[in-house]
Design a protein around this ligand. Sequence first.
Ligand SMILES: *Cc1c(COP(=O)(O)O)cnc(C)c1O
Length: 356
Amino acid sequence: MAKFEPRSDITAMPKYHSPQVDVPVRLNTNESPFAPPRQWLDGLGSIVSGIDWNRYPDRLARRLRDAIALRHRVTPDNVFVANGSNEVLQTLLLTYAGPGRTVATFEPTYQLHSHIARITGSTVVSGRRNADFSLDESEIRRVVADHRPHVLFLCSPNNPTGVVEQRRNVDFAINETPGLVIIDEAYAEFADWSAMELVSEDGNVVVSRTFSKTWSLAALRLGYVIAPKTVVAQLEAVVLPYHLDAFKQAAGLSALSFVDEMDDRVRAIVAERGRINEALDAMAVQRWESGANFVLFRPTVADAEGVWTDLVDKGVLVRDCSSWPGLEGCLRVTVGTRDENEKFIEALKSIVGTRE
Ligand SMILES: *Cc1c(COP(=O)(O)O)cnc(C)c1O
């Protein structure tokens, strides 16, 4: 047997798994179906040639943080930027959780919250959402009273349910918990409210965002959190020096000058989401109201795994959530282009049939 082995808690951990199947219509990872703006793409060449490649990048990513701060009407000292919001979350957990500390989630929710928490050596405790995926104040109170978590996660809109967290739940969680409250807003631009205004200098709440979904830039790996200055300073002390490369800083900065194009894409996706909802309502499936760029649904006559396979056979990939706790029988479809959605709708209709 090898003398070197991973930590036993790591070998015991379930792996993060999202199959990358090569089919024509890929609606499984909530990416934007649209390419980023042409002008942004055209500007990348001059960005590349303008970089001092022999030098380390600006460690503080000042220009990018200035632009993000402007967008959210905060100061650059309230902005921490990293390689995707997953690295933002990892840095938050390395700083505020870890061995001997507790992280609370309310399941079902984004799997990486508990997964990254475990990797950082934190103890994970889970509250439960109701059958309709709403969350009760009494459940938040119970989890906080029983476990006194150092970090408490909320996700709004929640992935994979699409449910937008109620404002009073967010307020309640912030008031109730002595620890840090992280609101993951990866899909905020698709929803009708954001917790961003709840971030305050002396508060315990931070709000994370990403370029992966709304900004059509999943390949860039860029995300950030808006937080009190003291939190940002702590995160800067924990993250690896020069973690954000010079190209990413400049490409992200450039993306922020295409707000109108981003808004247009969001509007198009929200309209398509409405069309998918309508189509699903006519089929033998149950579906949930979504404030994001995806819709969770449950076939009512066929079994989910079979439907997932039949969809793949018809060239359409969705996410099979049916083995996740609380999501028995559920599949999640990302809103694609009109054409992709049409293919998904036709394929699903032929598999599950219309509603009785
Ligand atoms: C997609 C997603 C993210 C994005 O992660 P990145 O690392 O920024 O790509 C974060 N949180 C949730 C809930 C997501 O669904």
